[in-house]
Ligand binder design. Structure first.
Ligand code: GRF
Length: 208
């Protein structure tokens, strides 16, 4: 059984989708810990009364370097025996201090069809604004493994949605979020089942 930690800074609807999938069909793992860098993050509330540990290390006001922050997070993950980290709206750039030990064991969900609309500056509504501005006919979401370069790791799953006439960043974000809630649990299920192999910069799904 994988011991899973979910990192979230915001409302945590993807965390909720993972919890729901765990309750419904289960995967060969369990969400043991929810971590946030933001006090009062809605994600922390979502696991109240569920027997899931929570941890909040506020990044605002943290006096050390990013590396020192990540070293504390890493120590907490190791103390809890976490072997899979799922970033779900974790609004912080990670340093190698955290990324390297979790190589091939850390997933992220991004609200666009990577490699397009990823990297520095492409987060939240900025992503959807850029997609609309470019006149794209479709957008979507991507689950990928985390590497040191932002949004650049091996892609595991993608889900597409159409861009509709008259879409605003908000309406497109809502449509993309619905697909996120499907592909993220599926990605975690595949990883927990040992059905993902990373070959170079590609993630391959093994089996039927
Ligand atoms: C999602 O759009 C995700 O793709 C991005 O951050 C957002 C988090 O939403 N990385 P939520 O907190 O899971 O509702």
């Amino acid at each position: 059984m994988r011991r899973i930690a979910v990192f979230a800074s915001g409302g945590g609807s993807n965390l909720q989708a993972l919890l729901d999938a765990q309750d419904r069909d289960g995967f060969d793992g369990r969400i043991e810990l929810v971590f946030s860098n933001v006090i009062g993050s809605g994600a922390l509330d979502r696991v109240k009364g569920r027997g899931v540990a929570t941890l909040c290390l506020p990044s605002r006001g943290f006096e050390g370097s990013r590396e020192e922050y990540d070293a504390q997070v890493l120590a907490a993950m190791e103390a809890s025996g976490i072997d899979l980290v799922c970033l779900a709206g974790y609004m912080r750039i990670l340093t190698p201090v955290l990324v390297r030990p979790f190589r091939d064991r850390m997933l992220n969900i991004h609200p666009a069809l990577l490699p397009k609309y990823g990297g520095a500056g492409f987060y939240g509504h900025h992503v959807h604004e850029a997609v609309l501005k470019a006149g794209e006919k479709e957008s979507g979401a991507t689950v990928h493994f985390v590497v040191e370069k932002t949004d650049a790791g091996p892609i595991l799953l993608q889900g597409k949605v159409p861009v509709e006439p008259g879409d605003t960043p908000e309406s497109l974000a809502a449509r993309v979020l619905r697909v996120e809630h499907t592909i993220y649990p599926e990605a975690v299920r595949l990883v927990c089942a040992g059905r993902v192999r990373i070959v170079g910069d590609r993630a391959e799904i093994i089996g039927p």
